[in-house]
Design a protein around this ligand. Structure first.
Ligand code: GUN
Length: 283
């Protein structure tokens, strides 16, 4: 069994990105800019946003985190986004999710200029991605594809099961696996005989958001198991969606939590910001 080390791979890619950024900065005097807008004080979101800022600065980007209270109105938030849309110094704009209930998430995602939408959540980017002309790809599944590449894991012809159907992870993950010629099933909490279905998978990606949900009964011997989960157990410890200790005995490759998918997600977000910057230079 091989543990896929997302932390080491992310650090390697971050290093390369910092070099590319420095080269372009020398040549043009310009640097990629990423702005992250955080509404309210969701503790998990605060941690994610801090990590994104740290990663952007390490890559040599201009980085700004705009923290606004959860009393902000929708109109004020849309106005804030529009200001960054108009400002050429910023190549990536990200609004951290989830948003407070009084704000319409779809309206917010629609307001971000698709060329600056480094999350890839704008319907224009989603449509391009689904029709086979990707510009911005959601970071978590993009990071998982990098892991497959790095570890030489073949996808072509393989049976892949994705557990979870979110717009952020499950659905785009299925699309990327399909593009890589896997045979893909999307399953979810209401799938009947889920464990039995999962046991058919050569590649099992789990993004269901329930701590230690996937036990050894869900895993075929030799399967590749990717755990996207970030949950807290009763002691506040960070745990994945996969019962790691028992599943690792069966898997050929497995990602740990923490130190698996998480660091890769952030690095891919930086890659997308760099690419948005580069496209802007080429214009
Ligand atoms: N909340 C959880 N994951 C994400 C993500 O990838 N992007 C944004 N904007 N918010 C999130």
């Amino acid at each position: 069994m091989v543990v896929i080390d997302g932390k080491v791979l992310a650090a390697k890619l971050q290093g390369r990105l910092a070099e590319k950024t420095a080269l372009l900065k020398d040549k043009t005097g310009l640097e990629p800019g990423l702005v992250v807008i955080l509404v309210g004080e969701n503790p998990a979101s605060q941690v994610y946003v801090r990590n994104k800022e740290r990663s952007a600065l390490a890559a040599g980007f201009r980085s700004e985190v705009v923290r606004v209270p959860d009393t902000i109105t929708q109109a004020e938030l849309l106005g804030l986004i529009e200001r960054y849309n108009q400002d050429d110094a910023w190549h990536g704009i990200l609004v951290q999710l989830p948003l407070p209930a009084h704000i319409d998430e779809e309206a917010v995602l629609l307001a971000i200029d698709p060329q600056k939408d480094v999350d890839g959540f704008h319907p224009t980017n989603m449509g391009k991605f689904w029709s086979g002309h990707p510009v911005m790809i959601p970071s978590t599944p993009a990071g998982i594809m990098e892991m497959f590449r790095e570890y030489g894991i073949t996808l072509e012809g393989k049976k892949a099961v994705v557990i979870g159907r979110s717009n952020i992870v499950g659905k785009p993950m299925a699309q990327l696996l399909l593009d890589a010629h896997a045979t893909v099933t999307i399953a979810h909490s209401r799938t009947e005989n889920l464990a039995q279905l999962a046991r058919e998978a050569d590649i099992l990606v789990v993004a269901i958001g329930r701590g230690h949900f996937v036990t050894k009964d869900f895993v075929k011997e030799g399967a590749v198991v990717i755990d996207v989960g970030m949950n807290r157990d009763e002691n506040g410890k960070l745990i994945g969606d996969v019962a790691y200790d028992e599943v690792k005995e069966l898997a050929s490759y497995i990602t740990p939590v923490p130190g698996g998918v998480g660091p890769m997600t952030i690095t891919m977000l930086m890659e997308q910001t760099f690419e948005a910057f580069q496209r802007n230079l080429d214009k």
